[in-house]
Each structure stands twice: as structure tokens, then as C-alpha cells.
Design a binder for this molecule. Structure first.
Ligand SMILES: NC(=O)C1=CN([C@@H]2O[C@H](COP(=O)(O)OP(=O)(O)OC[C@H]3O[C@@H](n4cnc5c(N)ncnc54)[C@H](OP(=O)(O)O)[C@@H]3O)[C@@H](O)[C@H]2O)C=CC1
Ligand SMILES: N[C@@H](CCC(=O)N[C@@H](CSC=O)C(=O)NCC(=O)O)C(=O)O
Ligand SMILES: [Zn+2]
Ligand SMILES: [Zn+2]
Length: 377
């Protein structure tokens, strides 16, 4: 048994002390897991655009100071009372959408949005209303029930998926958010069909994973839409068949796409978080049946709009969280799919950095130089 069990662990973490300021690598204290909780030694974490969105102050639930990060992989260090589904030494991926198997969302086939601990998670605390993190005498908030920008974190048992221990955690950590989200949005939420015409706004990690899902579903045309033409080459490698840069046109991009696709796309996806591109994606759908799926997360207080006639005439506007995957059931299967070389993951990793260089990962994201950066702890 590890000599840390039952004790507070002192370790390194990247702390966001306030919005719009770089993270600071600090020594923090991480309390032992309480009943129904799991303490995890995090070995690697991706940096997702949602971490940047919250750090930049756009998240209405953003609370500071906080340990951000929600795309991690690690090894269980110890478990709290009553935990049965994982044990010390298990390789795990924390989940920002848990799966309790008990709430009305978990018992419904229609959604993956487990609600068991959503209220406390949104307030940045554990299900009992308290934090396990302290730094220099101050309490730090948790983030999305994961807080993976720390060498150790504590999460609810229902927020942990056990994965194949042969899988490289510095790669499969990305299945904790971006890749699973985009892939599942195409396959589960939208239900792309063979022969479809699709268009994807935003060719970051989520958008590329949508393209991968559309290709898997047998889509014949997959149009990538991004304001950075340098993204096309990599998008092509993921299955994108055409590229459109809205900057190359002097009319609304939805008009361009409707013309190029004989009336519009069967499926469109917004992977940016911009309410203008959300509208463009909806209005690029084919009359009668086109489905537009919002994945991007818009800033606090923003609202979407279109003419209601767009919906009256058969277009469907929907959204997707974590790709619609029932998390604890699905993440281990996605890891297995990767291990069988049927799902790309390595190709998403542009940079691997140590914890004290984590701010560079945010810089690479904002400058469009990375698909994903992975921080090794
Ligand atoms: N619903 C869910 O479950 C999830 C939602 N998200 C959200 O999905 C979105 C994408 O995340 P992620 O892939 O990590 O982000 P990235 O930053 O990696 O990718 C976003 C891409 O959009 C491009 N872009 C920015 N503005 C425009 C524009 N006006 N028109 C076309 N392209 C544009 C960016 O180009 P450039 O690089 O040149 O700026 C970049 O390629 C975010 O809003 C994130 O919060 C993420 C995970 C899960
Ligand atoms: N906190 C925000 C909402 C943020 C949001 O929509 N998050 C996505 C995941 S983004 C991952 O990178 C999500 O799945 N949401 C489901 C949920 O229950 O939060 C706000 O307050 O608007
Ligand atoms: Zn994310
Ligand atoms: Zn549930």
C-alpha cells in the first residue's frame, strides 16, 4: 500500500489565480479522497479550448482561484470509503460528464447528461460542497469535476473511467474530451449516414474529430470551414474532402455552401463557439432535413438567432455535449478502438510540454499552431 494513503499530498499544480492571467505553477495540498471519491496521480493532460474559455473569463460558471484541466489520464493513488469500481493502480481517465447509472438522465437512452453531481460540479466543489485543494492557505476551486492541471486530483467515483493499462496515457488522455466529443457528435448526436454531405466549422481538435466521425459514418463530401487556410492539409488527412475559407468570399458563407451543395448540407457542425458561425452552420443545411449540431461553447450571455422559417422548413438545430457518449461505458471502448488502430489519437498531438511550460500550450492554441498540446506531469 502506498504511504500517501489517507494523507494530504503536497504536489505541483498549475493554478489560475484570476481570469485573463497566465497560470502559475505552485505547490499545492491535495486532501485524501472522502467517501465515494478517488484520488488520481495525473500523468498527462490535454489543454482544450474550454480551459482557455474559462481562463479568459467567458464561463458564467468560472470561479477563481481554480485548478483547470479536464482532459487527463492517470493512475488511481487511493480511493475513499465505499468506492468499488476502481482501485489503487488502475489506469483511468477522469470524466467531466459522469455516469451514475441511477439518475433519470442515466436511465434514459436519450442523453448522456448525468445530473447526479452537476450542481456542485458547476460551483467548483466536490459533491459534499467542499474542495480538496489548498495553496498558500487559500482554498482552490475544482473545474468540471476533473482539475487535471495538477500532479494529483480528487474526483467523484462516478467521474472515473477505467481504461486499458497498456494504453499510453499521454495520448489517450485526449479521449477525455476533444476527440471523443467531435467523433461522437457525428456518430451519436447527429447520426451522420453513409453518402451524406457534411460541413464542419472550426478545424481544431474537435472539428477534426467530427471529420473523423463523418468519414467513419461513410459521408462522401466533408467540407471544412476555417479562417486559417493552413488547417486544410491536416484536415485532409482526417478525411476532409473540400475546404472553404470564408475570407475568400464577399457574401455570407451559407450562400456559398448552399450553392456548392445543390441546396445545402445534410449535416453541419459548429466547433468554434461563435454565435455567427452557429447561424451560418444552421443556414447551410438542406431544406427539409438538414441537421446542424452545435458543439462550440459560446461566451456567457450570448444568444443564437436565425429566422424561424429556417426551422419551419425542416432544418433541425441541436447540440452535443461530450459527443453524446455515456461516459463510463464508452471511454474504455474508445481507448480500445485506438489500441486496435481504428481511431486516430496520436495525430492530434502537436506539442508535448512539461507542467511549468503549460502557458505555452495556451499560446500555441491561440496562435493556431497546435491541434492539441499535451502536458506531462
Ligand atoms: N460541447 C462539448 O462537449 C465540447 C465543446 N468544446 C468547444 O468546442 C470548441 C472547439 O474546441 P477546440 O477544438 O478545442 O478548439 P480549437 O481552438 O482547437 O479550434 C477552434 C478552431 O476554430 C477556428 N476558428 C476560430 N474562429 C473561426 C471562425 N470565425 N470561422 C472559422 N473558423 C474559426 C480556429 O482557427 P485558429 O486556430 O486560426 O484560431 C481553430 O482552428 C470550443 O468552443 C470548445 O469550448 C470542446 C470540447 C467539448
Ligand atoms: N460552463 C458553461 C458551459 C460549458 C459547457 O457547455 N461545457 C460542455 C463541455 S465543454 C468541454 O470542453 C458541456 O458538455 N456541457 C455540459 C454541462 O452539463 O456542462 C456555462 O455555464 O455556460
Ligand atoms: Zn474540453
Ligand atoms: Zn446519472
Amino acid at each position: 500500500m502506498s504511504d500517501t494513503v489517507g494523507k494530504t499530498i503536497t504536489c505541483k499544480a498549475a493554478v489560475a489565480w484570476e481570469a485573463k492571467k497566465p497560470l502559475v505553477t505552485e505547490t499545492i495540498e491535495v486532501e485524501p479522497p472522502r467517501a465515494g471519491e478517488v484520488r488520481i496521480k495525473i500523468l498527462a493532460t490535454g489543454v482544450c479550448h474550454t480551459d482557455a474559455y474559462t481562463l479568459d473569463g467567458f464561463d458564467s460558471e468560472g470561479a477563481f482561484p481554480v485548478v483547470l484541466g479536464h482532459e487527463g489520464g492517470g493512475i488511481v493513488e487511493s480511493v475513499g470509503e465505499g468506492v468499488t469500481s476502481v482501485k489503487t493502480g488502475d489506469h483511468v481517465i477522469p470524466l467531466y460528464i459522469p455516469q451514475c447509472y441511477d439518475c433519470k438522465f442515466c436511465t434514459s437512452k436519450k442523453t448522456n447528461l448525468c445530473s447526479k453531481i452537476r450542481a456542485t460540479q458547476g460551483k467548483g466543489v466536490m459533491p459534499d460542497g467542499t474542495s480538496r485543494f489548498r495553496c498558500n492557505g487559500k482554498q482552490l476551486f475544482h473545474f468540471m469535476g476533473c482539475s487535471t492541471f495538477s500532479e494529483y486530483t480528487v474526483v467523484a467515483e462516478i467521474s472515473v473511467s477505467k481504461v486499458d493499462e497498456k494504453a499510453p496515457l499521454e495520448k489517450v488522455c485526449l479521449l477525455g474530451c476533444g476527440i471523443s466529443t467531435g467523433y461522437g457528435a457525428a456518430l451519436n448526436s447527429a447520426g451522420v449516414e453513409s453518402g451524406s454531405t457534411c460541413a464542419v466549422w472550426g478545424l481544431g481538435a474537435v472539428g477534426l474529430a467530427v471529420i473523423m466521425g463523418c468519414k467513419k459514418a461513410g459521408a462522401t463530401r466533408i467540407i471544412g470551414v476555417d479562417i486559417n487556410s493552413a488547417k486544410f492539409k491536416v484536415a485532409e488527412d482526417f478525411g476532409c474532402t473540400e475546404f472553404i475559407n470564408p475570407k475568400d468570399y464577399d457574401k455570407p458563407i451559407q450562400e456559398v455552401i448552399v450553392e456548392k451543395t445543390d441546396g445545402g448540407c445534410d449535416y453541419t457542425f459548429e466547433c468554434i463557439g461563435n454565435i455567427g458561425t452557429m447561424r451560418a452552420a444552421l443556414e447551410s443545411c438542406h431544406k427539409g432535413w438538414g441537421v446542424s449540431t452545435i458543439i462550440g461553447v459560446a461566451g456567457a450571455g450570448q444568444e443564437i438567432s436565425t429566422k424561424p422559417f429556417q426551422l419551419v422548413t425542416g432544418r433541425v438545430w441541436k447540440g452535443s455535449a461530450f459527443g453524446g457518449w455515456k461516459s463510463r461505458d464508452s471511454v474504455p471502448k474508445l481507448v480500445d478502438e485506438y489500441m486496435r488502430k481504428e481511431l486516430k489519437v496520436d495525430e492530434f498531438v502537436s506539442f508535448t510540454l512539461p507542467l511549468d511550460k503549460i502557458n505555452e500550450a495556451f499560446d500555441y492554441m491561440h496562435s493556431g499552431k497546435s491541434i492539441r498540446s499535451v502536458v506531462k506531469l
